[in-house]
Design a protein around this ligand. Structure first.
Ligand code: ADP
Ligand code: MG
Length: 692
C-alpha cells in the first residue's frame, strides 16, 4: 500500500464508523506515514495486553484512553504518565478502565514517554474565508492562556514556515535561551508536512498536535487529534474570458437613469462624466429626456445605435434585473449597478441580486456592484461617482473600496495632497469582487501602489496568491474593518478556538506581503509615502530638525520601528561640521534650532545622500516658513533615498503642506508617524528582496 492509500484507509475506516474524529492512535499513524516523529501508540484491549506491550517497549511509558467520545483525555482522567513498573501499568490500566466505564472505549494506548522539551502546538483550523489555515504556537496545554500563536493559509512555503516561527513572542526561546533551544529546520519540516497533508486530504478540517516537544535536534509529537468533515470545495476560480481592461478604459458609456434634474443621482453621475471630459462616447438613457447636458438621450439602452462597453445602471432596485437583461441582449460588455436597495436591505433585495447574477452569467457579462459608486480613472478622465467630484489630477495610486461613499466623499480633501489613478468601488460584490479588481489594477501601468478598504474578502485563497504576486512589484496597503467578532462557535480543537477571524486576516495579509493599515489616516499616510517616495534599502536614518525635542522623539521612534540613526563617514562628518553653526553639537539628529532654513537643510541632505549609511531622511520643518523650503527640497538629487517631512501643527498650515506634497514630499504631523511609515517601507523592501 502506498502512503496515500494507508492514510485514506484510516480516514475511511473512521468515516464508515460514522465518526468525524480520529483518535490519537489513528492520527499518529497518519503522521508516522508522513515521516513525522511521534511517541507512537499501541492499542491494548486488556490489562494483559497492556503489560505485554509495556515489556516490549523501553520504560517509562504512558497510558491513555482511546475513545471516540473523549476529546480532552487528561481532563477526564484518561492519561497516566511515568509508568516504570509492571505494577504501575496494571494500576493505571485499571484506573482508566474504571474512569470510562459508561463510555465507548476502543482500548488503551501504551506509548513511550517523551523526553521533556519545549512544549509547542501545531494545528489546523478551517477558516470560512480562506479555507484551511495552519497554526504554530508555544505553550502546549497553556496555549489558550498564552495565545502566542501564528497562522498562515495552507499551502505554505518554506519561508512562510520560517515567518510563522519568527512571528511568535517566544521565538527567542526557540533560538536558544538558558540551555533550551529548538531545531528550527526540523520544525519547518513538520509545518510543511502538515500543510502538504491538509492540502491533499481535503476532508481534514481541524487538527491539534498538542503538545509537540521541541528539542535541540528534532521534535516529537506527543498527542494528536484530527477532525474530519465533508471534502472542502476548491476555492472560487477566476471567471475566464475578460480581463476587465475595458471596464477601466471603456470607449463608450451608457448611463441608464441619467437625469437632467440637479440633485438626482442620475444627474450627479452623468454630470461627473461630462464635466471631467470623459474621453469616450456618452449615451444618456432616459425615456423622458431628449438630451442631457447637450448630449442626445435615448429612451432605452436597446435604442443606442452603437456598441456600448459599459452601462451604468441607476434605476430603482425593483427594475434593475430587467434592465440588466436588456443590456446583455444588446451586447453591453460590462454593467455597473450603482443603485442600492439589494442584499444589504434583506431577502427581497437578495432575490433581485440572484436574478441579476443569473442573467449576467448566462450572457457572460461581468457586473460591478450593486450598491457601489462606480469607477474613477483619471487616466481616461472617467468619473462615474454618485457624488459630485471636483477636478482631479492623474496619479499612480489605485484605490479599491468596498464602500462608495468612502471613496468619493474623501476625495474632496485628499485630492489636494495625493493623486489617484483608479478608484474602484465594489459595493456588494455580486459578481466582480475585490480580487478581480486587484488583479486588473495591478496590471495597469499607470498604477504603482494599491490601497484597499475591505469589509470582507470573497476571492479566498486566490486573493492570497494574487496579492503575493502583486506586492512584489506594487505595494498594497489594506484597511480591513469589521474586526469585532460575532459570537464564537463551540469548537473541538484548540486551534479552531484560537483562529479568530481577524487574526486570520492579519496572517494572510502578512503571508501576501500586504501592509495592513490601522485606520484611514494610516492608510493614506502610507499611500502618500509609498507613492511619492522610493523604499529605503537600509535601516540608517538621518534626522534634520529645528526643535531638539522633536529630534529626540524621532530618534526614539525610529528605534521603536526597527531602524537606527545613521552615522556619516569621516570626510562627510567634516563637511557637515563646516556647515554647522558653533552652537550646534549633534550630528544626528542635526538640530539647527531656529536658524534652520531651506539652504542649510538642502546642503545637509546633500551630504547625507553621499553617505552609504544613510537609507532615508526625516526633516522636521518649521510650519511658519514651510513654503520657503519647497523649491530647495524639490531640487535635490536624492539618489533613490526617501525623505518624509514632519511639520508639527501642519493642519493649520495647509497652503505650505499642499505645495510640499505636490512637490512629491509627504508631510506628516508627528515624528512617530514618519518613523512608522519608514519602518514599514523598509520591512517591505526587505520582504520583496528575499528569496521565497
Ligand atoms: P489530552 O490533550 O487529550 O488531554 P495528552 O495526550 O496531550 O492528552 O496528554 C496530556 C499531557 O500529558 C500532555 O500535554 C503531556 O504533557 C503529557 N503526556 C502525554 N503523553 C505523553 C508522552 N507520551 N510522553 C510525555 N508526556 C506525555
Ligand atoms: Mg493534548
Amino acid at each position: 500500500m502506498t502512503m496515500a492509500e494507508k492514510i485514506k484507509e484510516i480516514i475511511d475506516q473512521a468515516k464508515s464508523a460514522g465518526r468525524t474524529y480520529l483518535m490519537e492512535h489513528e492520527s499518529k499513524a497518519i503522521l508516522e506515514e508522513l515521516g513525522i516523529s511521534t511517541t507512537g501508540s499501541v492499542m491494548a484491549r486488556s490489562e494483559e495486553e497492556a503489560v505485554e506491550i509495556f515489556h516490549s517497549m523501553a520504560s517509562p511509558v504512558a497510558l491513555k484512553v482511546l475513545s471516540p467520545e473523549v476529546v480532552h483525555k487528561s481532563d477526564a482522567g484518561g492519561v497516566k504518565l511515568h509508568l516504570d513498573k509492571e505494577e504501575e501499568v496494571r494500576g493505571a490500566y485499571r484506573d482508566i478502565a474504571r474512569a470510562f466505564q459508561g463510555k465507548k472505549v476502543e482500548g488503551i494506548s501504551v506509548q513511550r514517554m517523551a523526553q521533556p522539551g519545549i512544549e509547542a502546538i501545531v494545528g489546523v483550523a478551517n477558516d470560512s474565508t480562506f479555507g484551511p489555515v495552519l497554526m504554530f504556537g508555544l505553550g502546549g496545554v497553556f496555549v489558550e492562556v498564552l495565545k502566542d500563536v501564528s497562522f498562515r493559509s495552507i499551502p505554505i512555503t518554506r519561508s512562510d514556515a520560517q515567518d510563522m516561527i519568527e512571528e511568535i513572542r517566544g521565538y527567542k526561546l526557540l533560538k536558544g535561551s538558558r540551555g533550551h533551544s529548538a531545531d528550527i529546520e526540523g520544525l519547518k519540516d513538520l509545518l510543511m508536512s502538515i500543510s502538504d497533508l491538509v492540502a491533499s486530504e481535503t476532508c481534514i478540517w481541524e487538527m491539534d498536535l498538542n503538545p509537540v516537544f521541541l528539542y535541540p535536534q528534532g521534535y516529537t509529537v506527543v498527542d494528536a487529534r484530527i477532525i474530519l468533515g465533508e471534502p472542502r470545495a476548491s476555492p472560487p476560480a477566476r471567471k475566464e474570458g475578460q480581463d476587465l481592461h475595458d471596464l477601466f478604459y471603456p470607449q463608450s458609456i451608457a448611463v441608464i437613469g441619467a437625469s437632467g434634474t440637479p440633485g438626482k443621482l442620475g444627474w450627479n453621475v452623468f454630470t461627473n462624466l461630462v464635466s471631467h471630459k470623459f474621453q469616450g462616447k456618452l449615451y444618456p438613457v432616459n425615456p423622458r429626456a431628449e438630451e442631457i447636458h447637450g448630449i442626445k438621450a435615448y429612451p432605452r439602452i436597446s435604442a443606442v445605435p452603437e456598441p456600448v462597453d459599459v452601462a451604468i445602471i441607476l434605476v430603482s432596485a425593483g427594475t434593475t434585473a430587467d434592465v440588466v437583461e436588456e443590456c446583455c441582449q444588446c451586447g453591453v460588455r460590462y454593467i455597473v449597478v450603482e443603485s442600492a436597495g439589494f442584499a444589504e436591505l434583506g431577502p427581497e433585495g437578495k432575490k433581485i441580486e440572484l436574478q441579476m447574477k443569473e442573467i449576467a452569467d448566462r450572457y457572460g457579462v461581468r457586473l460591478l456592484g450593486p450598491n457601489c459608486s462606480g469607477i474613477i480613472n483619471t487616466h481616461c478622465s472617467m468619473v462615474q461617482s454618485i457624488g459630485i467630484v471636483d477636478a482631479l489630477s492623474q496619479g499612480n495610486i489605485g484605490l479599491v473600496s468596498q464602500a462608495g461613499v468612502c471613496a468619493a466623499g474623501m476625495l474632496w480633501g485628499l485630492r489636494h495632497i495625493m493623486d489617484f489613478g483608479i478608484i474602484a468601488t465594489i459595493g456588494n460584490k455580486l459578481d466582480i469582487n475585490e480580487t478581480d479588481i486587484m488583479e486588473a489594477v495591478s496590471k495597469d501601468k499607470n498604477i504603482n501602489v494599491i490601497c484597499m478598504y475591505l469589509e470582507s474578502v470573497k476571492g479566498g485563497r486566490r486573493f492570497i496568491d494574487q496579492a503575493r504576486r502583486i506586492t512584489r512589484e506594487k505595494p498594497m496597503v489594506v484597511l480591513k474593518s469589521g474586526r469585532t467578532e460575532a459570537g464564537k462557535k463551540a469548537v473541538a480543537s484548540h486551534t479552531a478556538s484560537l483562529a479568530g477571524n481577524d487574526q486570520i486576516y492579519s496572517a494572510v495579509f502578512r503571508q501576501s506581503g500586504i501592509i495592513r493599515a490601522r485606520d484611514y489616516e494610516h492608510m493614506f499616510n502610507l499611500a502618500r509615502a509609498i507613492s511619492k517616495q522610493p523604499l529605503p534599502d537600509r535601516d540608517g536614518v538621518f534626522i534634520i530638525t529645528y526643535a531638539g525635542s522633536l529630534g529626540v522623539i524621532a530618534a526614539d521612534a525610529i528605534t521603536d520601528n526597527g531602524m537606527r540613526l545613521s552615522e556619516l563617514e569621516e570626510p562627510l562628518k567634516q563637511r557637515l561640521m563646516d556647515l554647522l553653526p558653533d552652537y550646534v553639537c549633534g550630528m544626528n539628529p542635526v538640530d539647527y534650532t531656529f536658524s534652520q532654513d531651506a539652504r542649510i537643510v538642502k546642503s545637509t541632505i546633500e551630504i547625507g545622500v553621499k553617505s552609504s549609511d544613510v537609507g532615508s531622511f526625516i526633516v522636521i520643518l518649521q510650519a511658519e516658513i514651510l513654503e520657503s523650503y519647497v523649491d530647495a527640497l524639490k531640487s535635490i538629487d536624492y539618489k533613490g533615498k526617501p525623505i518624509i517631512a514632519c511639520v508639527a501643527g501642519k493642519e493649520f498650515e495647509m497652503p505650505g503642506v499642499i505645495k510640499m506634497e505636490k512637490a512629491g514630499i509627504p508631510v506628516f504631523s508627528t515624528p512617530e508617524q514618519v518613523a512608522d511609515a519608514l519602518g514599514i517601507m523598509y520591512r517591505h523592501y526587505q520582504r520583496i528582496n528575499r528569496k521565497d
